[in-house]
Design a protein around this ligand. Structure first.
Ligand SMILES: Nc1ncnc2c1ncn2[C@@H]1O[C@H](COP(=O)(O)OP(=O)(O)OP(=O)(O)O)[C@@H](O)[C@H]1O
Length: 254
């Protein structure tokens, strides 16, 4: 791990469904940096994140956060400094939008007034202030995603673990919410399929393919035409933060 990394993952191996799915992935994220985890469907991105939010166990490897190995953190301590936006999250029926955001602040020790202020700010950011009393399970997919993002922003953990944060969101809320995450200056590890969004937000990226890390660095240095051809079977290139497709998509990837 480089000396300044806030999150360090070293030679991570993970099994899922009885088979090896992540084979020796290593990456470092400096404090306050936004790191993207990219790659095709099934590459192993979520499996890496699941270990970080303790939904899965690593078979081997080392994870270090703020200089301390994961095994030295209590589950409660780990949960206090990390926060995850996950694919499999459901919204409990019977909870209002405000309740869901408030749950994220349980056991933070904030005063009642500060708790209410944080919730109000997060609901405003996510455009949910006028929906706060609605049963969260009746929201649209994008509104549910905004509610989960509001929960995370209200808590504002030191490490944001975001699995496809742009999922279901219209362009306005993709930009508003990720701009806000960036503005907070926290450390972020986020998966993306949209390479333009990845290039816009990420300081650095790791590209995974078939459970392995195949490239890492800045988006401009990493997402080269050769890499895009090899990993995604597309002809294209980044122009600034814009991914431009050039030519036909090959159908022989699998
Ligand atoms: N519990 C499980 N049982 C069986 N297979 C699993 C399980 N969990 C993950 N896998 C497999 O592991 C591989 C990696 O899955 P993962 O969800 O990490 O991919 P991903 O890169 O996040 O993909 P996507 O972009 O489609 O979300 C996939 O082939 C998936 O089917």
């Amino acid at each position: 791990m480089s000396s300044e990394a806030f999150l360090g993952i070293r030679d991570l191996h993970v099994e899922a469904g009885g088979l090896p799915r992540v084979h020796g992935v290593s990456l470092d994220v400096g404090e306050g940096r936004f790191h993207g985890l990219l790659g095709p469907n099934g590459a192993g991105k979520t499996t890496v994140l699941r270990v970080l939010y303790r939904a899965a166990r690593a078979k081997s490897g080392t994870i270090t956060l703020a200089g301390r190995p994961m095994r030295d953190w209590t589950p409660r301590g780990w949960a206090g400094v990390t926060g995850a936006l996950v694919q499999e999250s459901g919204l409990l029926s019977g909870l209002s939008v405000r309740d869901v955001v408030e749950i994220g602040l349980a056991r933070t020790g904030l005063s009642e007034g500060d708790t209410a202020k944080r919730i109000d700010e997060a609901l405003d950011l996510a455009g949910l202030a006028d929906r706060q009393d609605q049963d969260a399970s009746t929201l649209s997919g994008g509104e549910q995603q905004r509610t989960h993002m509001a929960q995370l922003l209200a808590r504002d953990p030191a490490l944001y673990i975001l699995d496809e944060p742009t999922n279901h969101l219209d362009l306005h809320y993709q930009l508003v919410l990720l701009d806000e995450v960036r503005r907070r200056g926290r450390t972020v590890l986020a998966t993306f399929h949209d390479l333009s969004m990845a290039a816009r937000y990420c300081d650095t990226v790791t590209v995974m393919s078939r459970g392995r890390s195949v490239a890492t660095g800045t988006p401009a240095d990493t997402l080269t035409p050769d890499l895009l051809r090899e990993v995604y079977s597309v002809e294209g290139q980044l122009e600034g933060t814009l991914f431009r497709l050039e030519g036909p998509v090959r159908c022989d990837r699998l």
